[in-house]
Design a binder for this molecule. Structure first.
Ligand SMILES: NC(=O)c1ccc[n+]([C@@H]2O[C@H](COP(=O)([O-])OP(=O)(O)OC[C@H]3O[C@@H](n4cnc5c(N)ncnc54)[C@H](O)[C@@H]3O)[C@@H](O)[C@H]2O)c1
Length: 420
């Protein structure tokens, strides 16, 4: 490919993808509407934890990686990979407005011979029924004049073992030639490519992966609630079950689902299924159980204060430890910690938070405070960042509610530690 690759959307997906292609020797251009992000990228400053500024800076200086707000630059590119947000509307229906608008901009610049690949998570049929007709407004025909495929993104931010480069890439094109063109491109940078027969199969495979997680997390969340009534340590049960070398997979309970994917994507399929008179009951049930977890965790904090300090939630000082949606990253999108902070405040608690990765929560009017466990009636461990010394925390705090089993053995049987 001489003209290089454009990646539309420089976020959690786009930036690591740009790194992988640039490191494989491709000329990579990021097309991004956020001007501040474009300037940062062009200075070699990364705002995505998985891509260190050092690596990005080297790619900018030595390999020509750059970013732009100008869609016109797409004309020169051989391949256009789309990594744009696909959120839910307030009514929890797929909101493809960003994708549609961007596809319209791409259509105005599309030229024969280009490959377009959608990577955003979405319902089966999006590539064929939504993106294709918009791109064909260019007068060019998919499968004839340009190639079009879907290749789901599987990046797991913060995961150092499994990265954009070594996680298998699934690709499904509108025609066999489209699949082949996309597989060839990804194969030039990513270790393994798994072609499927259609974009719909690729789209649904991604949703299945996320639904699988959501359902299994709901199962252990339900078990955690039962264990609390039965006074059985759910973590001990899970660790024991996980010693089985086959037929069991380890999932952990917690304060609820977070991030851009697991709480959102399953409902893309629920919505699409309705068109076929089909009700995705596992998805709905898992959503119900998982969405209840912040409420259950608030009642756990309330009980801990009651029994541990003879205090009520109202008027108690609670430190929420960790507000990112998962450990060792700074992403707070859909984080259950935000919901829990709101619930605790509604109950009259005075809430502060500490998170080494999240300096501010502007929508809550809060900034991360210094970690001084002794200054609070209760410390609730909501996200278990690995940089925290949990043994010290247990020593210093008056009361700990551990929603992640971060205190491990030290927390079990300790009268001042309440575990989920
Ligand atoms: N974050 C993840 O871990 C992850 C994992 C797998 C799949 N996905 C999916 O990948 C897609 C992208 O997710 P993300 O997390 O990278 O999103 P993100 O919000 O981190 O990044 C999207 C970027 O696109 C930019 N943007 C918005 N509108 C634009 C436009 N019209 N033109 C150009 N740029 C525009 C935004 O400014 C932002 O920088 C979503 O469908 C998501 O579900 C995300």
């Amino acid at each position: 490919m001489n003209g290089g690759i454009a990646i539309v959307g420089a976020g959690y997906v786009g930036v690591p993808l740009a790194q992988v292609f640039a490191e494989a020797g491709h000329d990579v251009l990021l097309v991004e509407t956020n001007r501040e992000r474009v300037e940062q990228l062009n200075r070699g400053e990364s705002y995505i934890e998985d891509v260190p500024s050092e690596a990005l800076g080297r790619l900018v200086r030595e390999h020509g990686l750059r970013a732009t707000t100008d869609y016109d630059e797409l004309r020169d590119r051989d391949a256009i990979l789309i990594a744009l947000p696909t959120p839910l509307s307030p009514q929890r229906e797929p909101d493809l407005s960003i994708l549609r608008a961007a596809a319209g901009e791409i259509a105005k610049r599309l030229r024969a011979g280009q490959l377009v690949v959608l990577q955003s998570t979405t319902y089966p049929g999006t590539t064929r029924d939504c993106v294709l007709p918009i791109l064909e407004q260019s007068g060019l025909q998919a499968g004839e004049d340009f190639h079009l495929a879907f290749a789901p993104e599987r990046v797991d931010p913060g995961n150092r073992d499994w990265t954009t480069k070594n996680v298998t890439k699934v690709v499904g094109g509108i025609t066999p030639a489209c699949t082949e063109a996309a597989a060839k491109l990804y194969g030039s940078a990513i270790d393994t490519v798994h072609p499927v027969s259609s974009p719909e199969a690729a789209e649904l495979s991604k949703l299945l992966e996320n639904i699988f997680r959501s359902v299994n997390i709901a199962l252990v969340n339900e078990l955690a609630q039962l264990c609390e009534r039965m006074e059985i340590d759910v973590w001990e049960v899970l660790a024991a079950a996980a010693t089985k070398p086959f037929g069991f997979m380890h999932f952990e309970p917690g304060p609820g689902l977070g991030g851009h994917c697991i709480p959102v994507d399953p409902f893309y399929l629920t919505w699409k299924a309705r068109e076929f008179g089909f009700y995705t009951e596992f998805i709905e049930l898992a959503g119900k159980v998982n969405e209840n977890m912040p409420y259950f965790c608030r009642s756990l904090i309330s009980q801990a204060l009651n029994h541990g300090k003879e205090r009520s939630l109202k008027g108690s000082k609670v430190l929420v430890l960790g507000v990112a949606y998962k450990a060792d990253i700074g992403d707070v999108r859909e984080s259950p910690a935000l919901k829990l902070i709101g619930l605790l405040r509604n109950a009259g608690s005075e809430v502060s938070y500490h998170d080494p990765y999240v300096p501010e929560l502007p929508e809550h009017g809060l900034s991360s405070v210094a970690l001084d466990p002794a200054a609070y009636d209760c410390v609730a461990i909501v996200t278990a960042h690995s940089s925290i010394d949990y043994d010290r925390l247990v020593d210093e705090a008056a009361l700990v509610v551990d929603l992640r089993n971060a205190t491990g053995r030290n927390g079990s049987g300790n009268a001042k530690v309440w575990k989920l």
